[in-house]
Write a protein that binds this ligand. Sequence first.
Ligand SMILES: [Zn+2]
Length: 147
Amino acid sequence: MKDAVSAALRERVRSRAYGVCEYCLIHQRQAWYSHQIDHIISRKHGGRTTFDNLALACGICNNAKGSDLGSLTRRQAVLIRFYHPRNDRWAEHFRLNDDGVIDPITEIGEVTCRIFGFNARERLLERRALLRAGDFPSIEALALMRE
Ligand SMILES: [Zn+2]
């Protein structure tokens, strides 16, 4: 395939993210399916297969995002882009509450949280179980959040 992600590039992306989904922060070892390589700006919209345009995403986040770049805010129906793992800092757009809920704190956070389904029931139950086990956020996710 013309624009395929090479094994070496995949490994660099995985390594940069410490094996953590760069959107919902679940670690690869905590997920049922292998994390995927996401084109932050999808190829459909001209995004290239370059290190800076790739992110590590869990299957749920990647499927929910699809080729979308953003969505409309609930209140004013204004088009807002999604969280961009290369240009944005996670903690500036989201807050992880003690009960496992990921709360958006910006409009970028709001559209990302809603479209990606961060707080869907099953995902919240899983996150709460990991919280109780003391494994969320993982040490790798904390490192990612600090960058
Ligand atoms: Zn995810």
